[in-house]
Design a protein around this ligand. Structure first.
Ligand code: ADP
Ligand code: MG
Length: 604
């Protein structure tokens, strides 16, 4: 038998390695920014086009490369940063694998220019799919510029796998923020499709945080500083009253490197324990400095995980330091963040409602209007509906099922003996039905109702909007503004109106009739979080996430007392939903208890 094992050609090995190093444009951004930092740049510029799919370029003023090094930098395992295995335990650079440039060069077009301080001329290298197509002398400023074009041009499957521009941009912004937060003494700028996203001048940690997350962040920060033998902690947590519903802004840096660590995160949450009500997460920016020997950053190729020698001690120190600092800042215990449970009916706003040229008013869009006229959007109802139609006695099921274009689903007419509903524990609506009793969870049922209404309103681009008497300015950080710009149209289709979207704030002059002015900020923040976290793919699913998010924010809460009419409205509206039996998040909205079951319990 002949031998069959062969060494893979370099370009194949590089492509395989690229699969690990480069998942998406953001991975390239991370590697290039890190190389610039390792080259001791003091000024770094990031330019992307089309969410990095067309171009990712990083220009630095660092130490540059010689002609030979510039060529070598694209070889696999070519690095200037470590020489021997022991160096792995004494790392002071971001990179050390010597893999990034080789991997990127295998799956993109590269144009590199670099010049060292003492050189007359710099060098320019062009590479396509691992092959150097040219190298020549050029006049270029000191430092390095790496332009990565047409990422995954030669791996269509990977290119097609990329998410929408919104999502890929979000990933890039995340990487950029992490690196910029870790290095406030370096100035950074970031351009996307020629628009400036960030322009960060040098400063301290606090200034950098504020520059990224907006002016209002400043007053929210509680400083954390502690020096011990095993670790130094610097940075900030935000006061508990500014906690968020989602774990959005939580940053750990270890020796200037962003890391994720669930265990240490737990230590921070623990310090906030009695200060936050359930479901709220603290925001933090914590910079830990530990001896390089005490950590191992080698366990994950993209290096956001890290292993500590003595995690338990770090945990204890971190927790007590934050607890202490929060105490010093005299943070009042137990704050209740839940919004007022009162259900804001839109009726108050009826008179204030003003039509605007942009948004068509859909008079049917009103969560508590009992006279429901559904469009033929719901004409498939009869196929998709569960057996609710047989639940109720004394109603003309035929009528509802067939004439779906004008369903009059007043299941409970005032006079009918079946019209009685009761509210139990301010949580369930109970009603007698043909087969027994139905229990409807008011919060989940209302979520379902609103979700379908929003979805319909977003997709048909019709919504009722109420004009604000005084336009409201709300501050957002720049990356959120980028996202708001992307979803502006969708927001308008549910009833938001924007006077202006500025660099770090928005001016709202109209809102959906279903919300009140005091809820605007929290609803938009929640929405942005949900979109960021859900990472929706196609634009449809973005609308879906948005409808879900709004439904979740706006649904009447458990604990809200409902009058008879409101109870009936929920019941009526629930059962004309396409999918009344589950909430948009898959939870059961109602249960029925059969009369036989009830009978059985009496027959003991
Ligand atoms: P690593 O960063 O792990 O060493 P890379 O593939 O990212 O591997 O880079 C290979 C080498 O190229 C680096 O070790 C460094 O010497 C050089 N290099 C890369 N980017 C730059 C840059 N922006 N400025 C100067 N040198 C660079
Ligand atoms: Mg590198």
């Amino acid at each position: 038998m002949p031998d069959i094992i062969q060494l893979l050609p370099d370009h194949v090995a590089n492509q395989i390695a690229a699969g690990e190093v480069v998942q998406r444009p953001a991975s390239v951004v991370k590697e290039l920014l890190e190389n610039a930092i390792d080259a001791e740049a003091t000024n770094i510029k990031l330019i992307i086009k089309e969410a990095g799919k067309i171009l990712i370029q990083v220009i630095d003023n660092g130490k540059g490369m010689s002609q030979t090094d510039a060529r070598l930098s694209f070889e696999r395992h070519a690095t200037s940063k470590i020489k021997k295995a022991e160096d792995l335990f004494n790392l002071h650079t971001k990179g050390f694998r010597g893999e990034a440039l080789a991997s990127i060069a295998a799956i993109a077009h590269i144009d590199l220019k670099s010049k060292q301080e003492n050189q007359e001329l710099g060098t320019q290298i062009k590479i396509e799919g691992s092959v150097i197509s040219s190298q020549e002398n050029v006049s270029t400023p000191k430092g390095t510029s790496v332009a990565v074009k047409n990422l995954f041009y030669n791996i269509p499957a990977r290119r097609n796998f990329l998410k929408s521009n919104t999502i890929e941009t979000r990933h890039i912004i995340n990487e950029f923020q992490r690196i910029a937060l870790a290095h406030p003494t370096i100035s950074f700028s970031f351009f996307h499709n020629e628009n400036e996203v960030y322009n960060l001048s040098t400063g301290n940690f606090r200034q950098r945080i504020v520059a990224i997350f907006g002016k209002k962040t400043n007053e929210k920060l509680v400083p954390i500083n502690e020096v011990t033998d095993v670790l130094e902690i610097n940075g900030f947590v935000t006061k508990p009253e500014f906690a968020k519903k989602k774990r959005g802004e939580q940053f750990f840096f270890v020796n200037d490197r962003f890391i994720k660590n669930a265990y240490l995160n737990h230590a921070v949450s623990g310090a906030f324990e009695s200060l936050l009500s359930g479901g709220y997460f603290p925001t933090y920016f914590l910079y830990l400095t530990v001896p390089t020997k005490s950590i191992d950053i080698n366990i994950h190729p993209t290096k956001t995980e890290i292993k500590f020698d003595d995690e338990k001690t770090l945990y204890a120190i971190l927790r007590s330091t934050i607890k202490h600092s929060l105490g010093q800042y005299n943070v009042a215990p137990v704050l209740d963040f839940e919004r007022s449970a009162s259900f804001d009916t839109p009726y108050d706003f009826k008179n204030k409602t003003s039509e605007t040229p942009k948004v068509t008013v859909n008079p049917d869009f009103n969560p508590f209007k009992s006279d429901i006229q559904k469009s033929n959007q719901f004409s498939h109802k009869s196929e998709k509906m569960p057996k609710w139609d047989s639940l109720y006695t004394g109603i003309d099921v035929q009528n509802i099922e067939v004439k779906s274009e004008t369903v009059n689903s007043s299941l409970f007419s005032e006079t009918s003996q079946n019209s009685k509903t009761y509210q139990v524990h301010k949580k369930y609506i109970v009603s007698s039905i043909k087969s027994g009793v139905v229990y409807i969870n008011q919060h989940l049922a209302h979520q379902r109702i609103l979700y379908e209404e929003f979805l319909e309103n977003i997709t048909v681009k019709e919504a009722m909007s109420q004009q604000l008497l005084f336009p409201l300015e709300i501050a957002f950080n720049k990356s959120d503004i980028v996202l708001i710009r992307e979803i502006k149209e969708d927001l308008e289709s549910v009833g938001f109106l924007f006077d202006k979207i500025l660099d770090d704030s928005i001016i709202v002059n109209g809102i959906p009739v279903t919300i009140t002015e005091s809820q605007i900020t929290i609803i938009i923040e929640q929405l942005l979080e949900d979109i960021k976290n859900d990472i929706p793919n196609a634009s449809f699913s973005q609308l879906d996430v948005m409808s879900k998010s709004l439904a979740k924010s706006l649904a009447i809460k458990t604990g809200t007392k409902l009058d008879l009419k409101e109870q009936e409205d929920i019941v009526n509206k629930l059962f004309i939903c396409k999918q009344p039996d589950v909430s948009p998040f898959g939870k059961t909205t109602f249960v029925t208890i059969n009369i036989d079951e009830i009978d059985k319990r009496f027959n003991n």
